[in-house]
Ligand binder design. Structure first.
Ligand code: ZN
Ligand code: ZN
Length: 284
């Protein structure tokens, strides 16, 4: 238990990287929840630490219980604390059922479930602010599932205008010439549960400064074809792709409950190539 927290109802770890803080916790079939306070967004609602309540926007990767069970709890808690209704994005295929779930929880709990529930499909873009936008992609799991990339966007002077004097640029701008182009930098990619194809089909996962992803299975004895069929990844999938990961930081989580954290640390320490190991943070 953490003595600094007023209500310590769900564990989480915290890591700062490049001006962002990653907070969360994730074990397969138990619960997954993450947030980046600086971006005011969270991913998955398998549980909801009391401290996370202030984060107003959540992206749910899929509706397995370990990723969605706390959705009504979170919505009710915000209302109880007199906060604005949150915005929650769920895969389009799950939208109607999540809506029904909220209606049923309203009836059972006798408290209104006030939230802006929105559906997402691959290719959707959601503006968080002028500087940040979220793109949505498909992952590969046993039920409809989405991953998300948070991009920073900046306006950069077009190459042909670089080096011109300030007044000239101002005049061009005033005359209506588009002098800038948008440049996007992938800050955070979040996959939720996925087979390796979810990464392979979405190159931004390999490019994002921070990748938060799943590594459910590590033992050599676990059959990979089976793991992929159930929409998960194995340590060997990471090793095979070692050269592709351009990320500054990879948060690997969602380890199976079969493994003790020490087994995870030890095995990955032995098996991961040095360069990959240096940027991989095991969330156990
Ligand atoms: Zn899961
Ligand atoms: Zn799942």
């Amino acid at each position: 238990m953490n003595a600094d927290r007023p209500v310590d109802n769900a564990p989480y770890q915290s890591l700062a990287h490049g001006g962002l803080t990653i907070e969360g916790w994730s074990r397969a079939a138990v619960q997954s929840y993450w947030r980046i306070p600086e971006l005011k967004v969270g991913f998955d609602l398998g549980a909801q630490p009391w401290d996370f309540m202030g984060t107003p926007t959540w992206f749910v990767s899929h509706t397995h219980l370990d990723h969605v069970a706390a959705l009504p709890v979170y919505v009710a808690r915000r209302r109880m604390m007199k906060m604005d209704p949150p915005t929650i994005y769920v895969p389009a295929e799950s939208f109607d059922d999540v809506k029904k779930l909220m209606v049923i929880m309203h009836r059972l709990d006798r408290g209104r479930q006030l939230a802006e529930l929105k559906s997402v499909q691959a290719g959707d873009e959601i503006e968080l602010s002028r500087e940040q936008v979220v793109s949505v992609f498909d992952t590969v799991h046993t039920i409809p599932s989405r991953g998300f990339v948070v991009w920073e966007r900046r306006n950069k002077l077009k190459d042909e205008f670089v080096g011109l004097p300030g007044e000239k640029i101002r005049d061009l701008k005033l005359s209506g010439v588009a002098i800038t182009r948008e440049v996007r930098i992938p800050l955070v990619a979040y996959t939720g549960d996925t087979a390796p194809a979810g990464l392979d089909k979405n190159p931004a996962c390999f490019e994002a400064k921070i990748l938060i992803t799943e590594l459910s299975f590590i033992r050599a004895s676990h059959r990979r074809d089976k793991i992929h069929k159930f929409g998960h990844m194995h340590l060997d999938d990471f090793i095979e792709r070692a050269a592709q990961f351009k990320n500054e930081l990879i948060v690997a989580a969602h380890f199976s409950t079969r493994y003790h954290p020490n087994e995870v640390r030890k095995l990955l320490d032995v098996k991961l190539p040095a360069e990959l190991k240096a940027k991989m943070k095991l969330w156990v």
